[in-house]
Write a protein that binds this ligand. Structure first.
Ligand code: SF4
Length: 320
């Protein structure tokens, strides 16, 4: 019986993914949103605030005008249930530090139980031995830990209020618990010339992967990398090197649901300005989510992305 249900889900999900791929290709070709299929990845935000004040982070700097909140386990279950069986992969983070919500392992366990892969991205300050073991037991598939520096001094230049040694200790606990750990480092003027040292730290700690990522900037900053290859922007500007194409795989294949229940197009919409609607206020059901995703507001937004993306401010600073 279980095998039957699993294989049904597997076929159902594969068909849905094929529809989503078709939807993307057709929308890009027609320069308007052609809605077929349902997003199969999601980000759900366990907490919308953070313990750090990172230099370019709208949340850490208190620029998002949101009341501090954590998602309850009941609201999480409702949210995930509304997305099943289509959703296959859930990021348990968006704006805030997810591990400020101590129910996160329970959320991971619930997703795992329903055949959904999970990923958490954390600043590493709340990775105690106990938390690491709970996450492992819950079945977490991937843990990203931000390590934007080779030592305390370089780390603190970007991660204001953070503690390098605490993060290193957190990585040790996570690796010790057997979690799949990725150390992620932003390419900044403070890190771009220290890649080898950071790689060495990661190897010594036993991380599964060490990755380097270009950083998003909202204003000119001394931490912008000097090497143009390390930046997503043209040298000395905030203009994307890649240019803007009227297409977006992300809004077709995934959705973001923030702590308050707002259904948001993507993680670039930090303030939820383009929310399609509030899932929790609408009852948190599958039908409510379907109505929100097919609302005029959602369709209008997607049409604009596929026809004239540069008119949407968040899309002008996005590498998608
Ligand atoms: S900012 Fe715009 S282009 Fe980028 S992921 Fe979001 S909707 Fe797509």
């Amino acid at each position: 019986m279980i095998r039957k249900v699993l294989s049904y889900h597997c076929i159902y999900r594969c068909i849905n993914v094929a529809k989503v791929i078709f939807s993307y290709a057709a929308s890009a070709l027609c320069h308007k949103y052609i809605g077929i299929g349902t997003p199969f990845t999601a980000s759900i935000e366990p907490a919308n605030y953070c313990n750090l004040r990172c230099r370019q982070c709208p949340t850490g700097l208190g620029m998002t005008d949101r009341q501090k909140a954590k998602m309850t386990i009941e609201d999480f279950k409702k949210t995930l249930d509304a997305m099943l069986p289509d959703v296959m992969y859930v990021n348990l983070y968006f704006q805030g530090e997810p591990l400020l919500n101590t129910d996160v392992p329970e959320m991971v366990a619930y997703a795992t139980k329903h055949g959904v892969s999970t990923c958490i991205s954390t600043n590493g300050h709340f990775l105690s031995q106990n938390m690491s073991e709970r996450l492992k037991q819950a079945g977490l598939d991937r843990l990203i830990i931000s390590l934007d520096g080779a030592d305390s001094e370089s780390y603190s230049l970007y991660r204001t209020g953070g503690n390098f040694d605490t993060v290193i200790q957190g990585v040790k606990y996570a690796v010790g618990a057997g979690l799949n750990v990725e150390l992620q480092c932003l390419l900044l003027s403070s890190t771009e010339n220290r890649k080898n040292e950071i790689l060495e730290i990661g190897r010594k700690l036993g991380a599964d992967r060490i990755t380097f990522k270009t950083a998003q900037f909202y204003s000119q900053d001394a931490l912008m990398p000097a090497n143009e290859h390390h930046s997503r922007y043209k040298k000395g500007t905030l203009e994307l090197k890649r240019g803007l194409r009227n297409r977006c795989w992300r809004i077709i294949s995934s959705i973001v649901i923030n702590t308050e229940g707002e259904v948001i197009p993507c993680c670039y919409d930090k303030k939820g300005l383009h929310s399609y609607g509030n899932l929790l206020k609408a009852g948190g059901t599958k039908k409510a989510l379907c109505d929100i995703l097919n609302s005029q507001r959602a369709i209008d937004f997607k049409n604009r992305v596929f026809s004239n993306r540069k008119c949407i401010q968040i899309c002008t600073n996005c590498t998608e």
